[in-house]
Design a protein around this ligand. Structure first.
Ligand SMILES: Cc1cc2nc3c(=O)[nH]c(=O)nc-3n(C[C@H](O)[C@H](O)[C@H](O)COP(=O)(O)O)c2cc1C
Length: 188
């Protein structure tokens, strides 16, 4: 699969087979992630791999409670209320693996660095026949002091890009994209 094929094939997958992703495959994906560019070549990435369904369920329940409490203040999460209030809804969609990309200290380019690595990881996962899904819902809970301690994230470290991995049950349809909207293209 070449890069463009991977770009066209990758989807956010929200339904996974009950089939584990092996350590060799995950290691290959982490090596693809660290090929990403980073500001001043700082390579600030740190990885947290969770393959523990009970732990992910616990983090999902915590995240849902926190997000629901927040929804009262933040209108943007309000339309997720019904979903977050559904006991069966797991923010990790019962996937077997969550890889989170963090940074050792937060700086002006941390988000860019983390998400560029996340893009590599997701495309490499696609090439390996795996589905993936970014889980922004998880960010708050992963950065609480208690969970950071459990995950051995140092106090100055920060989790930025949580990515689910697993074998998809089906290939989801393409989410349509708007044509590129160009603000300016200046030539002389
Ligand atoms: C930063 C970020 C956070 C996201 N958070 C979530 C999330 O919490 N839950 C979820 O189901 N999908 C999440 N997504 C996936 C998007 O909904 C998805 O990428 C988008 O709908 C486009 O679909 P596609 O990835 O299949 O092209 C997130 C994507 C990004 C880039």
């Amino acid at each position: 699969m070449n890069v463009l094929e991977a770009l066209h094939t990758r989807r956010a997958v929200r339904d996974y087979q009950n089939r584990p992703v092996d350590a060799v495959t995950i290691d290959r994906l982490l090596h693809a992630a660290v090929l990403a560019p980073s500001a001043m070549n700082s390579q600030p990435w740190r990885f947290i791999v969770i393959q523990d369904a009970a732990r992910l369920k616990r983090y999902s329940d915590l995240a849902k409670a926190n997000l629901l409490a927040d929804a009262a203040q933040h209108a943007k999460t309000e339309h997720y209320r019904a979903l977050l209030g559904t006991p069966e809804f797991n923010i990790f969609y019962n996937a077997g693996t969550l890889v989170t990309i963090g940074v050792e200290t937060r700086g002006p380019f941390s988000e860019a660095d983390a998400w560029l690595a996340a893009g590599n990881l997701m495309l490499a996962a696609c090439e390996a026949g795996l589905g993936s899904c970014s889980i922004g819902f998880a960010l708050g809970v992963l950065n609480t002091p208690e969970v950071k301690q459990e995950l051995q994230i140092p106090p100055e470290g920060y989790a930025l890009a949580p990515i689910l991995l697993g074998y998809p049950t089906v290939q989801p349809p393409l989410v349509p994209r708007a044509e590129p909207r160009i603000w300016s293209w200046l030539r002389r």
